[in-house]
Design a binder for this molecule. Structure first.
Ligand code: NAP
Ligand code: ZN
Ligand code: ZN
Length: 351
């Protein structure tokens, strides 16, 4: 079926309207009319060709909330009219070790997981197209239930990437009461990292390059804020962190962060900048048995766990609603860290 969408025709082209094909829903598929789609920095990296292997036309968007408009005959978890959500994945092999462990994002099958956009599509269609569109067809295994109220749905959409990408490492590294946790970069991911680490009961320190976010980060739930450009503020925390989550979307020096870890502490990277970080110094790592790790989004089961946790506690994202046609302007503002803290597209504006 034909669907209206917004696509980048090339790395240099602004996004513009396009008509795309969605497959007819199969027995295990749902069709979802998209209400809201969050704008992740990964959308920008992808649309503008900052990462290798981008296929064009490119329809980004993997923070999707909408209403179920059709269900295949074998769908059991959803019915027409339900609110449903889709994050960064729409398929995986379902039989490898990682898929069996509910960690589909680390699928070890021949094709890895299928990204919601820029992934390999089924049924002779081109690459997968994401949520900057009126509807999407997805296997029910990769569709999430949303228990937030109707009024909260726009602000809940970014939980599907920004929420799970911070939740998964916070849980994996046992962030909770008694732990001192740093969240670096207070953008879309980072602001949710602060909210979630606070909700999990940790002592949270926000690291920002923006003086203007000092008060805002406290309002999000940080116990302390460090403006990372101020060396004395950084040095005051030397050797004190159990865990630091780095969400920064640009290349930067990691030694400034590893030196803040306690013995056996971990710095986990989730930001994926276009240019690599300078090679980290070994000294702060060996003196203290410290680790630098990475983490990719989260599995479907833990995404549902995070959505339910947030719905119970009334946690949503701080969003600025935009019209579809303003997407390139939104990308430019995101590059200047000029968003508090996530743009969300109101898909009713794509008519
Ligand atoms: P974002 O909203 O643009 O936030 C990034 C934040 O990083 C900015 O708000 C800014 O915060 C800080 N920052 C930007 N440039 C900086 C610089 N040169 N030096 C230091 N800090 C800088 O982006 P996002 O959507 O949160 O995504 C962040 C990164 O995570 C992107 O690379 C994205 O592709 C990646 N990502 C990874 C995964 C995963 O699974 N691993 C999932 C989603 C996204 P301050 O103003 O506070 O300094
Ligand atoms: Zn994302
Ligand atoms: Zn697999």
């Amino acid at each position: 079926m034909k669907t209206k969408a917004y696509a980048a025709a090339s790395a240099k082209a602004p996004l513009s309207p396009i008509s795309i094909d969605r497959r007819e829903p199969g027995p295990k598929d749902l069709a979802i009319d998209i209400l809201y789609c969050g704008v992740c920095h990964s959308d920008l990296h992808t649309a503008r060709g900052e990462w290798p292997g981008i296929l064009y036309p490119c329809v980004p968007g993997h923070e999707i909330i909408g209403t179920v408009s059709a269900v295949g005959k074998d769908v059991t978890k959803f019915k027409v009219g339900d609110v449903a959500a889709v994050g960064c994945m729409v398929d995986s092999c379902r039989q490898c070790r990682s898929c069996e462990d509910d960690l589909e994002q680390y699928c070890e099958g021949p094709h890895s997981f299928t990204g919601t956009y820029n992934g390999a599509a089924k049924g002779g269609l081109p690459n997968t197209f994401g949520g900057y569109s009126k509807n999407i067809v997805v296997d029910e295994h990769f569709v999430l239930s949303v228990r937030h109220s109707k009024e909260q749905l726009g602000a809940a959409a970014p939980l599907l990437c920004a929420g799970i990408t911070t939740w998964s490492p916070l849980r994996h590294w046992n962030v909770g009461p008694g732990k001192k946790v740093g969240i670096v970069g207070i953008g879309g991911l980072g602001h949710m990292g602060v909210k979630l680490a606070h909700a999990l009961g940790a002592h949270v320190v926000a690291f920002t390059t923006s003086d203007s976010k000092r008060q805002a980060a406290l309002d999000l739930g940080a116990d302390e804020v460090v403006v990372s450009k101020n060396r004395e503020e950084m040095v005051a925390h030397t050797g004190t962190f159990d865990f630091i989550l780095d969400t920064v979307a640009a290349s930067h020096n990691l030694d400034a962060l590893t030196s803040l870890l306690k013995r056996d502490g971990t710095l986990t990277l989730v930001g994926v900048p276009e240019e690599p970080h300078p090679s980290p110094s070994v000294f702060p790592l060996v003196f203290g048995r410290k680790a630098i790790a990475g983490s990719l989004i989260g599995g479907i089961a833990e995404t549902q766990e995070m959505l339910d946790f947030c719905a119970e506690r009334g946690i949503t994202c701080d969003v600025e609603m935009i019209a579809m046609k303003d997407i390139d302007h939104a990308y430019d503002r995101m590059l200047k860290s000029d968003v508090k803290y996530r743009f969300v597209i109101d898909m009713a504006t794509l008519d």
